[in-house]
Design a protein around this ligand. Structure first.
Ligand SMILES: [Zn+2]
Length: 100
């Protein structure tokens, strides 16, 4: 995969995470309202929805947090076991979003 392709994939995942996170509570409330109107209790379907949705958020978030630099292949947001939020790879200095 090219560097630009790697960043494009990163940005798609980041956007997916934003949508999943923003839509989580409204979706759960809507599902609860819809299901409650039909049965009067919270069924396993809602519990499953919340669990799957939460795991999806965690999975995408973990994938982004452990994103590898397209140039050096080391974690882009981590150095010496500590999380970094810089605009550059802490290992090789590659700017965020640029080609190798
Ligand atoms: Zn790097």
């Amino acid at each position: 995969m090219s560097d630009q392709g790697s960043w494009a994939r990163f940005e798609r995942l980041r956007n997916l995470l934003l949508v999943l996170t923003a839509a989580w509570l409204p979706a759960v409330l809507l599902a609860a309202w819809w299901i409650d109107g039909r049965s009067g209790r919270v069924p396993q379907v809602l519990v499953g929805l919340v669990l799957v949705w939460t795991l999806a958020i965690a999975g995408v978030g973990l994938r982004l947090a452990t994103w590898l630099c397209p140039r050096c292949g080391k974690p882009f947001f981590k150095r010496y076991g500590l999380r970094t939020f810089g605009e550059r790879c802490p290992h090789c200095g590659l700017p965020y979003g640029s080609g190798g």
